[in-house]
Design a binder for this molecule. Structure first.
Ligand SMILES: [Zn+2]
Length: 262
């Protein structure tokens, strides 16, 4: 089967893949992956990912950014150094990410998270690089920030979308953005198989693993990897009533539009 797809979000730089990173990439290609996009979480991972992607051109593509859960007391130094790295590698960097807001575990650095996110939103506007956005328990706050820049934003992905119809509609107002759909959609209690075809047109979806996390059924609970994306494709094909190949083709076209790459 000539199924092709892009995994827009895999933390393949993580230590979970230290033992078999090459095999994970090989299995991804065998399953039909044509590219893997790697989000950073802080300065150290941004550096590591740029170096890793240098060794695998035309397959791994780097992002740089400060993840909301990595916003601590030193956030301003982190941002300054990540920005220097971005400017020095402007031609290589695919997107700014992952950035956003996460008030699920803690609001200790709420104000700092808001400022760090807004600053990186401005980077996206200046550089015209898309945003890979992580948002948990903070959709209203995130939307309030994005609305200030709505007409200037080049676009991006609302990663790991798991919301309801109202939340989907709210996010789709940002016309240059798409929703990242991963393993959660295959979980037994997920409403995504109904929510997505009801309100999300096929040209507003991209695929992701968020590996090593969020493995789809039937691998749920195991380490995730890009080779499992066909399970997500199968679910979407069924929900939308189209072929698996068409899900791969359409999501790849969406990626090319949003990332203006490849
Ligand atoms: Zn992630």
């Amino acid at each position: 089967m000539d199924l092709n797809f892009i995994d827009t979000h895999i933390h393949i730089d993580g230590e979970e893949f230290d033992g078999d990173r090459q095999e994970v990439m090989d299995r991804a290609r065998e399953a039909g992956a044509t590219a893997l996009f790697i989000p950073a979480i802080d300065l150290a991972s941004s550096q590591r990912i740029l170096a890793l992607c240098d060794r695998h051109p035309d397959f791994l593509y780097p992002m740089v950014g400060l993840h909301p859960e990595e916003v601590h007391a030193d956030w301003q130094e982190q941002l300054r150094a990540i920005r220097q790295l971005l400017d020095a590698n402007r031609q290589k960097v695919l997107a700014i990410g992952e950035v956003g807001l996460d008030f699920y575990w803690s609001r200790e650095f709420e104000q700092e998270q808001l400022e760090a996110f807004e600053e990186q939103v401005r980077w996206s506007i200046e550089t015209r690089l898309p945003l890979m956005i992580h948002c948990r328990k903070a959709q209203n706050e995130m939307i309030a920030i994005l609305k200030r820049y709505a007409h200037q934003l080049p676009g991006g992905v609302f990663h790991c979308f798991t919301g309801n119809e109202i939340e989907a509609r709210e996010l789709l107002q940002f016309s240059q953005f798409v929703l990242g759909i991963g393993g959660v959609s295959t979980f037994k209690k997920s409403h995504l198989p109904e929510v997505l075809p009801a309100v999300v047109p096929l040209d507003r979806l991209v695929l992701e693993t968020d590996a090593p996390y969020m493995a789809p059924v039937p691998m749920r609970g195991q380490r995730n990897e890009s080779a499992y994306i066909p399970h997500i494709i199968a679910l979407l094909a069924k929900s939308y009533g189209v072929s698996e190949k068409e899900i791969g083709r359409q999501t790849t076209e969406n990626v090319e539009r949003v990332f203006k790459a490849k």
